[in-house]
Design a protein around this ligand. Structure first.
Ligand code: ADP
Ligand code: MG
Length: 701
């Protein structure tokens, strides 16, 4: 039985054809430093090379083909850049030309005349003859020559290719490892799981993924490897959660307290939606257990998360603690401050704002009051979690728009008091279930799946950018009804200059087109105060049109705004478009979202625009986004090292496996709370190894 440790000790430099120099390249380029790593470098596809063609059969329309034969003669043709090496190759039935444009000198030395060989490449026609450019060649001693079959293809980089580590070299090196070591490999999953789930053994799976005997075995192999990869992520989360439950107690709030009741009776401006009521109950149920709450609140834009947050904070305040609420930008933080104060009316609950731009005496006084426990709710930006901000007893931290807050920042809250505060993370970017299970797997999830009554669904339209006349007409119409309009431009760091130029141009055009209107302008390059002032002009209704970059993406609330025009809409992600669209449709009027693009759109972009036009369901959109773009691009996932760096599983496509392994992982931890059952020995050992070698695994929170 071969152990993983032995494979890990197997240095690649001992593999013929690799050696120290190429081993170094593998390490630098792909972080592959031993035989075990190399076996986990999975092929991105397989090519069936079981068929060998005769030259007479070849046609230029064929994909890759294989021919056995020998080189009759070699010549170099042309000069300078056009110089190429041509080998006339025959299988006895006919002649084709093998052509090299690069490495002519090297190939000239390598090629042997009248030696049997197997060539593999894409046929094309040049003149009257079939050509194969840069074919892969194998000779009698090579394994491929003996028994060509299903061949694995591997990703390589430019640097690797230049060092002679191409897909073939990787394939042969992996073959060498199996030939030397066999594939009777020590298991990384316990027998009971393998039997219960009918999994292929690790050794077989690793062998079959590289050199499958047939498509069925390849599928089994992939399943086993995906299962294992996703399972350990879930086991890590499950174990972490159970450890934390045991280690960390949380504040116990035995009652909802007087402020909440008073608020309910005197201040609540409207009836809560059914979903809001349910979620508040879920939150309170956590707060009275004596364990720390870690809850993710998902709710589409406009679903009323702020009010839920306020109710939760009032529970903390009513129990004699403070609460804080963090927003990703100063503008949002001050909007939250305003709406909280407005909702609270004359109630005796003190709410204050702390941001980076509150300095000097004002800040000092604020911090003093906070320390004395005179402030009940502190609203702010990242500033709130700085070390110099001292709460006497922080009972609840609300984090709005999660994706701007890193995992490490969340963890900083722990240090604020002896006990960790309850945590409520709110996001309007709905995260597909299976992704949430992976990234926020340790959070309990609450969902507001109902919008406050009386909202008209937003109408979304796609407009080509040369049809501005009709676009401006509809804008004129809305403005004449007294409504306000957002016009949003993308702003991406890499093309910042061009983007800002677009925005300025658009601004000038709007001023010219709407001379009677007041137009304000907001973008991320402006100073915070300037930005806030411009934004305020729109919020107060002084300006009817706002031209902006995505700084308005999250949270801003102007119910009178009924039109959202998104320029270069093709450059935004689906979730981002959905967020932007959520800025309108907040009042009782019919609202519009107009996606403006040019004519040249890729297939995927067309599909994305189509989804936006047809759907207003944030979850459906997020699901579609995940499928179209993959998890690496999803908002909110960048900080998580776990969901990507996946070697074989794909969160978007392997959702079923995610669900399955999560259930098994939870069950394992439940059955084996001390992590010491003999039947699970392999699991805990392997998990420890993985925690040691996988970045970010130790740091989930
Ligand atoms: P989001 O979930 O996007 O943060 P907000 O909390 O900003 O949404 O709420 C959007 C708007 O809906 C606000 O103007 C808020 O006052 C209003 N609202 C919230 N809950 C209700 C409700 N139950 N009934 C009517 N309006 C509500
Ligand atoms: Mg909000």
């Amino acid at each position: 039985m071969l152990s993983i440790a032995r494979l890990q000790e197997f240095d690649l430099k001992y593999i013929p054809g690799l050696g120290p120099a190429r081993g170094d390249v593998l390490k630098k380029e792909l972080q592959i430093s031993n035989a075990f790593d190399l076996l986990y470098h999975f092929p991105y596809r397989h090519v069936d090379r079981s068929r060998i063609y005769s030259i007479r059969e070849l046609q230029s329309s064929m994909p890759y083909v294989q021919v056995r034969g020998e080189i009759l003669s070699v010549e170099t043709i042309g000069e300078g850049r056009g110089k190429r090496l041509v080998a006339h190759f025959s299988d006895g039935d006919g002649v084709i030309d093998l052509v090299w444009f690069q490495g002519v000198k090297y190939m000239l030395k390598q090629l042997k005349l009248h030696k049997p060989m197997l060539i593999f490449g894409k046929p094309s026609v040049f003149g009257f003859r079939i050509n194969v450019v840069h074919p892969e060649i194998s000779e009698e001693g090579d394994y491929v020559y003996q028994s060509p079959g299903v061949m694995p293809m591997y990703h390589t980089t430019e640097k690797m290719k230049r060092a002679g580590v191409d897909s073939t070299r990787i394939r042969e090196s992996i073959r060498t490892i199996f030939t030397r070591m066999g594939h009777d490999l020590e298991e990384t999953l316990p027998t009971w799981i393998i039997e219960q789930e009918h999994l292929m053994s690790l050794g077989d799976a690793l062998f079959q993924i590289h050199f499958p005997d047939n498509a069925d075995l390849l599928r089994h192999a992939k399943y086993r490897l995906k299962f294992e990869e996703l399972f350990y992520i879930q086991l890590n989360i499950a174990r972490y959660m159970s450890e934390r439950q045991r280690k960390y107690y949380g504040y116990k709030f035995p009652g909802v307290g007087q402020p909440l009741l008073q608020f309910y009776d005197e201040c609540l401006p409207f009836e809560l939606t059914g979903a809001q009521k349910r979620v508040v109950k879920e939150i309170y149920a956590d707060m009275k257990t004596g364990h720390q709450m870690n809850r993710l609140l998902q709710g589409d834009v406009g679903s009323g998360k702020t009010l839920v947050a306020l109710l939760a904070m009032l529970i903390a305040v009513g129990n004699g603690y403070q609460a804080c609420m963090m927003a990703p930008t100063e503008i949002l933080a001050s909007q939250h401050l305003e709406s909280l104060r407005e909702m609270l009316g004359t109630m005796d609950v003190r709410v204050e704002l702390l941001t980076g731009s509150i300095r000097g005496k004002k800040r000092k006084a604020l911090l003093e009051d906070l320390k004395k426990g005179e402030i009940d709710i502190l609203v702010g930006t990242h500033a709130v979690i700085e070390d110099w901000v001292e709460f006497p007893a922080l009972g609840l931290a609300v984090i709005d728009e999660q994706h701007r807050f890193g995992v490490a920042q969340r963890a900083k809250l722990w240090a604020k008091s002896d006990m960790p505060p309850h945590i409520l993370v709110m996001t309007a970017t709905p995260i597909p279930r299976t992704l949430a299970m992976t990234i926020y797997g340790d959070l309990q999830v609450s969902v507001i799946d109902e919008l406050p009554p009386g909202r008209k669904p937003i109408t979304t339209l796609h407009h080509y950018d040369d049809r501005r006349v009709s676009l401006y007409q509809s804008m004129h119409k809305q403005l004449s009804l007294g409504r306000q309009i957002y016009i949003v431009y993308p702003l991406i760091k890499e093309s910042e200059k061009i983007d800002l130029h677009d925005l300025e141009q658009g601004y000038e055009r709007i001023i010219a087109e709407f001379p009677k209107m007041t137009v304000c302008k907001v973008h991320g390059k402006m100073k915070a105060a300037e930005k806030a002032a411009e934004m305020q002009r729109f919020v107060s209704g002084e300006a009817q049109i706002m031209v902006a970059t995505t700084v308005i993406e999250v949270g801003v609330n102007v119910p009178n705004a009924s039109v959202m025009v998104i320029e270069n809409a093709n450059r935004f992600g689906l979730s981002q478009l959905h967020q932007l669209r959520g800025r309108v449709g907040r009042g009782a009027d019919q609202s519009y979202c107009i996606l403006v693009t040019g004519y040249a759109l890729s297939e995927i972009t067309k599909r994305r625009i189509d989804i936006m036009v047809k759907s207003t369901d944030g979850f459906a959109i997020a699901e579609a986004d995940l499928k179209l773009r993959g998890p690496g691009d999803m908002e909110g996932t960048q900080q998580s090292g776990m969901a990507f760096n996946l070697k074989i599983a794909d969160i978007a496509r392997d959702g079923q496996i995610v669900e399955l392994v999560r259930n098994i992982a939870i069950q394992v931890v439940k059955d084996d709370p001390q992590f010491d059952l003999e039947k699970n020995e392999i699991l805990w050992k392997r998990l420890t190894e993985l925690r040691n070698i996988t970045k970010n695994w130790g740091a989930i929170s």
